[in-house]
Design a protein around this ligand. Structure first.
Ligand code: NPG
Length: 373
């Protein structure tokens, strides 16, 4: 593969409603798109990737400007200088000299993989060996202003057909909201996500959630707290799932070995790309650890691609794979639509339907072109 040109496009997209978590309230999303033009199989093709870094470093050390900077000044030059032949499968190794920055690396690998798939006419699902044609749709519910408001929001999502509800929690917004949802909606598949908001000293509070028979509690403690997660797991019966702590297949292997993760949330962006995501899936499957596909409020580019990944057999729990309209009035690809509680897997060439230039132009706030010739 030969890289001819790359463009880094920053969008600003309003959310249909504020999304509140323990790390802050998002009213808009700033997706960073990577568009590449490459020569592959004798054709000039365009590929798209989406970087999931947030505008600010509140969920991960990476953030919008750091991702754009490292892509422009380090990652793209490395790929440009790589001796041919290379393809998307080699990109992980090519980028290895740069420490960290998995979200930026994932976006570049995704764009190159998309280009390869468009040239060969294959879908991401075919590439991954996925035979499923749809996946169950779960939805993530932000922290609400009151319990009646929470019950209204959860009721709406259940009416729309979502098959699993995830509630964001934080100290002071945990036991009561979960109890209210269980009381009102009964035995629905329900899980909670703390986004690192607790410490091990909160084990007695978290143990109170045991009575609700939750599918899992996601990332209760800090990202680096693998050992403490295993200590917490010994004190509560709700299965502990890790998100922020898992940034690679190696960290997934460590978490499983330490008993820190009974379940793993796989987010391709967070772990450096779809290829590393598949490696985590494979090792978790071999270890008997269920995985599910997380979401990062992606546009249709990442949202369609995540649905394909979630079609792999080890993804036995419903993911945060919701329809485009959960977050966006207008998407930049053909929207992801839920029917009967399921999200169809994109079966055309590439990782997603061709993004619409007009929609991208509408939301673009910054764009940098890098001639690579
Ligand atoms: O459905 O795309 C989605 C969002 C699911 O809650 C969700 N994501 O902590 O997992 C999370 C959270 C998140 C969103 C984290 C954006 C970081 C950025």
């Amino acid at each position: 593969m030969q890289l001819l040109e790359a463009e880094l496009i920053t969008l600003r997209m309003p959310l249909v409603s504020p999304f509140a978590t323990s790390f802050g309230v998002q009213n808009e999303r700033y997706p960073l798109l990577v568009r590449v033009r490459v020569v592959h199989l004798g054709q000039v093709v365009t590929g798209w990737g989406e970087c999931v870094a947030l505008r600010d470093p509140v969920y991960s050390p990476e953030y919008l400007d750091s991702a754009r900077h490292v892509l422009q000044h380090y990652l793209l030059p490395l790929v440009l200088g790589a001796p041919e032949p290379w393809g998307p499968q080699e990109v992980g190794a090519i980028l290895e000299p740069i420490v960290g920055h998995p979200m930026a690396k994932a976006a570049l690998e995704m764009a190159l993989l998309d280009a390869q798939l468009r040239a060969s006419g294959n879908s991401l699902a075919e590439f991954l060996g996925v035979t499923a044609t749809s996946v169950p749709a779960g939805v993530s519910v932000g922290i609400q202003a009151s319990i009646p408001q929470l019950l209204g929001v959860v009721g709406d999502y259940l009416d729309q057909g979502y098959v699993r509800i995830k509630l964001k929690i934080k100290p002071g917004w945990d036991y009561e909201p979960v109890r209210a949802v269980r009381e009102r909606f009964g035995d629905i598949p329900l899980q909670v996500d703390a986004n690192t908001a607790y410490s091990l000293a909160d084990a007695p509070t978290l143990r109170r959630l045991d009575e609700f028979d939750l599918l899992l509690i996601e990332q209760p403690l800090a990202e680096g707290d693998l050992r403490r997660h295993s200590l917490l797991a010994a004190q509560i019966s709700t299965p502990v799932c890790l998100d922020e702590s898992i940034t690679s297949a190696a960290s997934a292997e460590d978490a499983i070995a330490l008993g820190a993760a009974a379940v793993i949330n796989v987010k391709p962006g967070r772990v450096g790309g779809y290829l590393e995501a598949r490696r985590i899936h494979d090792l978790a499957l071999a270890s008997g650890v269920p995985v599910w596909c997380g979401g990062m409020v992606e546009t249709g580019i990442g949202r369609h691609a995540n649905a394909a990944l979630a079609g792999l057999p080890g993804f036995t729990l419903p993911g945060d794979i919701s329809a485009s309209d959960r977050f966006y009035l207008t998407d930049i690809t053909e929207p992801v639509v839920m029917t009967g509680g399921r999200i169809p897997i994109w079966s055309g060439p590439g990782v997603c339907p061709e993004p619409a230039e007009a929609a991208i132009a509408e939301f673009t706030v910054d764009s940098t072109s890098l001639p690579c010739g």
